[in-house]
Design a protein around this ligand. Structure first.
Ligand SMILES: Cc1cc2nc3c(=O)[nH]c(=O)nc-3n(C[C@H](O)[C@H](O)[C@H](O)COP(=O)(O)OP(=O)(O)OC[C@H]3O[C@@H](n4cnc5c(N)ncnc54)[C@H](O)[C@@H]3O)c2cc1C
Length: 440
């Protein structure tokens, strides 16, 4: 090792290490800081803790490295603090990405019932609210506490404030404080969604260095932006409707509440469609959401209802806005009338049949041209990630045996409703048990 390639580094704890710039290996002056484990898990999120428990229950000596000051930070924010961790109904379309099939397979192997039993074995009761599964006390903190106490029981070492920055063959994990060795590494660093919770994508360069391809990562389950200033007048309005997105990949429709904001549109049904709109935008296309404000009735029925209601007089002539506001939110009524070219102050009974038909058509397919998305900071999940044909059904890398992946770092994104956490827990537990099986 040449003297010029060496430099002394002080860590937070004051230990001094010799670093070889050429070989990029860390040679510690303090034998304690290089520790040997059976399995090292990188990232203490939902997938990471499930992996640690899976490996620990199989008898492995496990280390978890977490770059944030505390583990499972994101878990606390899930389901508005209530943690919707599974769903009684799983359809093929609930998982997307190159690992959609793998996700279906794993969530069948580690079914909703098994996941609830797993949590019950940790002392956590759960309940179904509709098809959505929550902890019984509706507190995400309880899920985190259950996972952490099982890690504690199993003797899993969790080192926080310790980001993994490299993996050296075969296998040494490098952090700013030292190195840790293990025959098996499980990478559960998440994607890029909600980086304030720790998933920042910084570990991607190491994953790529291992030879893995990371498919384009995009925000998913994210509000969608529009530039049409007229739509800003709807800020604060919530509308129950059916939303359709037509793109080359197909036509997707969701029903539920849409929330208009100054420059974006959100609500669960919009979030569900967002990943398709986001990819369409990335391909240079101009996706349009069509909102059906009267999903329960046909266009013809709406035309005839509007015609009748516009003809009604309460002694004096009612304005078109007043008449339409009896059917839709008044801000929506104003916008629909303006888009149809009608004056909102004109007497409703003076609207022509043609104007009523235009209004009805607009209300059945109200267009919102999408021009962007609110980014990873507002996204609940990441679409894209590690290409799933590069890993086995046991979640082991086909390129680097002994390296496993689980959770959102993989190219799998689920819809809203507990699918992402179910996948994170199922894949984490699977990677943990499989790694423990081969590591000794
Ligand atoms: C606001 C919000 C609400 C959500 N609600 C739900 C819900 O109700 N139901 C549902 O199913 N899904 C929900 N999700 C999605 C779900 O939380 C994620 O899909 C899931 O947490 C992914 O788990 P993960 O362990 O793969 O990744 P993450 O939870 O992102 O964990 C990755 C961990 O790795 C750590 N890390 C990253 N890089 C390094 C490194 N180099 N070294 C060490 N540590 C590192 C990070 O700090 C982080 O702790 C929600 C997401 C958000 C943001």
């Amino acid at each position: 090792m040449g003297a010029q390639q060496e430099r002394r580094q002080k860590t937070k704890t004051g230990k001094t290490y010799l670093v070889s710039g050429k070989e990029k290996t860390v040679i510690t002056a303090d034998a304690d800081s290089r520790k040997h484990f059976d399995v090292i898990v990188i990232g203490a999120g939902a997938a990471g803790l499930a992996a640690a428990i899976g490996a620990g229950r199989s008898g492995a000596k496990v280390l978890v490295l977490e770059q944030r000051p505390e583990p499972c930070k994101k878990l606390y924010a899930t389901g508005n603090g209530r943690c919707n961790f599974a769903n009684l109904s799983i359809r093929p379309e609930d998982y997307r990405g190159s690992g959609a099939g793998l996700a279906l397979q794993l969530t069948e192997e580690y079914s909703v019932e098994k996941l609830r039993d797993f949590f019950a074995s940790l002392g956590l009761m759960s309940k179904a609210m509709g098809a959505y599964i929550y902890p019984y006390n509706e507190q995400a903190t309880a899920v985190a506490a259950a996972l952490l106490s099982e890690c504690h029981r199993l003797g899993v070492v969790i080192r926080t404030d310790e980001a993994a920055v490299d993996i050296i063959q075969k296998y040494r994990v490098v952090t700013k404080n030292g190195t840790y060795d293990a025959p098996c590494i499980i990478i559960t660093v998440g994607g890029k969604a909600s980086p304030t919770h720790g998933s920042d994508g910084n570990f991607n360069k190491v994953i790529r260095k291992l030879g893995h391809e990371i498919l384009l990562q995009q925000p998913a389950l994210v509000p969608l932006q529009f530039e049409n200033k007229a739509l800003s007048s709807l800020a604060g309005v919530r509308v129950k409707c059916a939303v359709t997105l037509s793109i080359e990949a197909g036509t997707f429709t969701e029903q539920g509440e849409v929330i208009f904001n100054k420059d974006n549109i959100s609500g669960i049904c919009v979030m569900q469609l967002s990943r398709y709109a986001v990819y369409a935008l990335a391909e240079g296309k101009k996706p349009v959401l069509l909102l059906d404000l009267f999903p329960e009735i046909s266009l013809e029925e709406l035309q005839s209802s509007l015609e009748k209601s516009f003809a009604i007089s309460d002694g004096k002539e009612r304005s078109a806005k007043k008449a339409l506001s009896m059917c839709v939110h008044e801000k929506v009524a104003s916008l629909l009338l303006s888009l149809s070219g009608a004056d909102e102050n004109m007497p409703s009974c003076k609207l022509s049949r043609q104007q009523i038909d235009i209004l009805a058509s607009l209300a059945k397919a109200f267009p919102v041209e999408i021009t962007g998305n609110c980014g990873f900071s507002r996204a609940q999940v990441t679409a894209g990630g590690v290409r799933c044909d590069q890993i086995t059904d046991e979640l082991e890398s086909r390129l680097c045996p002994g390296i496993f992946f689980a959770g959102e770092v993989l190219d799998v994104d689920g819809t809203c409703g507990g699918y992402n956490l179910h996948f994170a827990f199922a894949s984490g537990y699977k990677a943990g048990t499989e790694s423990a099986r081969i590591c000794r």
